[in-house]
Design a protein around this ligand. Structure first.
Ligand SMILES: Cc1cc2nc3c(=O)[nH]c(=O)nc-3n(C[C@H](O)[C@H](O)[C@H](O)COP(=O)(O)OP(=O)(O)OC[C@H]3O[C@@H](n4cnc5c(N)ncnc54)[C@H](O)[C@@H]3O)c2cc1C
Length: 138
């Protein structure tokens, strides 16, 4: 009987997937795998929220995933994102291409969300959905 209990405890400690790094790639992979019923452990060496050098621009395709996760809606409600319609490139020789996506396609292509905010929202989501997923190793 004691061996049986030990064995079932051992089984519950075994994960299907172990992901190292809770950035956008690791967090969203963890989210989708856990949604499919996989037992996921996500390891992160930093303490969140942490500063991350980034341009903070979230593309249309990434917005779609954030929306599926319910993260984008929360960020918009809390007014923590800024839509950007005008953008482009300026080369060192000052050749530039700047355009307005809202005029071209009728919607904003980018939203700027600080990484500290995005990472914190992911962390909240992962802890909320499956409390024992996130094993912060630091
Ligand atoms: C200057 C700059 C500007 C950028 N601007 C933009 C932009 O505007 N828009 C855009 O979409 N992208 C931008 N990027 C790119 C974007 O930051 C990356 O594509 C994105 O962060 C990659 O996500 P990731 O999850 O793969 O990696 P990361 O975000 O780097 O996450 C990896 C995580 O793994 C953790 N980790 C690493 N090693 C270990 C370990 N051994 N154990 C545990 N944890 C570990 C790290 O702490 C980190 O949290 C920019 C990048 C830079 C450098």
């Amino acid at each position: 009987m004691a061996t049986k209990t030990k064995l079932s405890k051992l089984k519950s400690d075994v994960c299907d997937v172990c992901i190292v790094g809770a950035g956008p790639a690791g967090s969203s992979t963890a989210y989708y795998l856990a949604k499919q019923g996989k037992n996921v452990v996500l390891l992160e060496k930093e303490k969140f929220p942490r500063r991350k050098i980034c341009g903070d621009a979230v593309s249309l395709r990434a917005q779609m995933h954030l929306e599926r996760m319910g993260v984008l809606q929360e960020i918009l409600e809390e007014k923590k994102g800024r839509w950007a319609a005008v953008g482009g490139l300026v080369s060192p020789r000052r050749i530039s291409y700047i355009d307005n996506s809202a005029q071209e396609i009728g919607s904003h292509l980018m939203i700027a969300i600080k990484r500290e905010i995005l990472d914190e929202k992911w962390l909240e989501l992962l802890n909320k959905k499956e409390r024992n997923w996130l094993k912060n190793i630091k």
